[in-house]
Design a protein around this ligand. Structure first.
Ligand code: FEO
Length: 395
């Protein structure tokens, strides 16, 4: 099955409604996803990207219903993580001599994954393929989000094929942004940015500005996941410019874990103190052990400050908080203030450990933190509220 995009371009990918976890267990996909592959038919025929390996057989079978595979002149692999290259071995078993256009890093990654000596053609920024009325120009985009990544631009139809860039894990029957709820779409695009692209924000900012400087007319952005930006390409470009440039809303996120509710009581009292001191600031409380970790990380991405609380457990912190701070470290959030809190019974190391991990993850500590023994009484909760108010004053 294919879906019409323009007179030259059709979608030949796979919508994965069942996907709930992506990158192993690293990313929650509440709305499923899609692996977008595109077929361009002009005087020459090009296939851009494939799909994830479990759908390889289905992909090739369906593609054969759309086109005689021998008519494909070129395969373009914009990025070779297995969700896009996984079907390549099955496809290449049918058309083994078809040239694969990719970056030099792309070739190395394909070889390292599939150990086959296919007909690779390395391309760089500015190289192009004349297809007939249209032409396809390559734009290297290293580390967005792998070293091999490139975009390509179809002149004539004015389409930017951006692979993971501008993507969203968003399964939809419709191909286009205007046919889905815009708020849901932007929320998924932001979650994708926060959890996948964020560590590479300096490159994302440079690449978007570079593309803007090319003054290419862009009628559509076709990513490798989710819907096509047809009505709102400038909106998602604008959003990337904001997200890539130290993004912060007037939001404080309080993340805690709790064993017997004492750290939760502290979190609530701290939130009350922030609200009293700074009524316009939105305060969100999340239990790290029960709330989706990628949604928490998206909220951290949006926040200007975070408070992280854990009870002391076996001289350390809860595994939910530890895991979250490890993920935050990898995502390289910028210019976010932070503080730690937690209850304890006898040893009380949690606040010190959280402080160390917050600093390791690049957060700016604004206090030494607050630790309180056993179950907080009214006096202790007043201390928590004062701690929250002081934290708000320091933002
Ligand atoms: Fe969608 Fe980086 O693969």
């Amino acid at each position: 099955m294919s879906k019409h995009i323009t007179d030259h371009v059709e979608w030949v990918g796979k919508v994965d409604w069942e996907l709930t976890r992506f990158h192993g267990d690293e990313y929650s996909t509440h709305r499923g996803s899609s692996y977008n592959s595109y077929l361009i038919r002009d005087k020459k025929t090009v296939l851009i990207d494939t799909v994830w390996k479990p759908y390889g057989s289905e992909f090739v079978t369906r593609l054969k219903q759309v086109i005689d595979l021998k008519q494909i002149d070129f395969i373009v692999m914009n990025h070779n993580e297995v969700d896009h290259s996984g079907a390549l071995p099955q496809l290449m078993s049918e058309i083994p001599d078809t040239p694969i256009y990719c970056t030099a890093k792309g070739e190395a990654i394909i070889r390292a994954h599939y150990h086959r000596d296919w007909n690779f053609v390395n391309v760089k920024t500015g190289d192009s393929l004349q297809l007939g009325d249209t032409s396809l120009t390559f734009i290297e985009a290293p580390m967005l989000h792998w070293p091999d990544t490139m975009f390509c631009y179809l002149s004539g139809d004015n389409i930017l094929f951006s692979n993971d860039g501008f993507g969203q894990h968003f399964a939809s029957e419709s191909l286009f942004d205007a046919d889905v709820n815009f708020s849901d779409l932007m929320a998924e695009a932001m979650k994708y940015y926060a959890n996948i692209i964020c560590p590479f924000s300096p490159m994302a900012l440079r690449k978007v500005k570079e593309i803007q400087a090319m003054n290419l007319p862009i009628s559509m952005i076709c990513p490798s996941h989710g819907v096509i930006w047809k009505r709102y390409p400038q909106e998602i470009i604008g959003a990337y410019l904001q997200w890539a440039n130290v993004y912060r809303e007037d939001l404080v996120t309080i993340i805690y874990d709790t064993m017997w509710q004492s750290t939760r009581l502290m979190a609530q009292a701290i939130a009350d103190g922030i609200r009293l001191q700074s009524p316009d600031t939105t305060v969100v409380l999340l239990n790290a052990a029960t709330h989706d970790k990628n949604d928490i990380l998206t909220l951290i991405f949006r926040s200007r400050a975070v408070l992280v609380g854990s009870p002391t457990i076996n001289n350390g912190i809860s595994y939910a908080i530890a895991g979250l701070l490890e993920m935050a470290h990898g995502l390289k959030f910028k210019q976010k203030k932070a503080a730690a809190f937690g209850s304890f019974g006898w040893s009380g190391e949690a606040v010190k450990v959280i402080n160390e991990r917050l600093q390791h993850a690049g957060f700016q500590l604004v206090s030494d933190g607050l630790k309180l023994p056993w179950v907080p009484d009214a006096q202790a909760l007043k201390l928590c509220a004062e701690f929250g108010a002081e934290f708000a004053q320091n933002l």
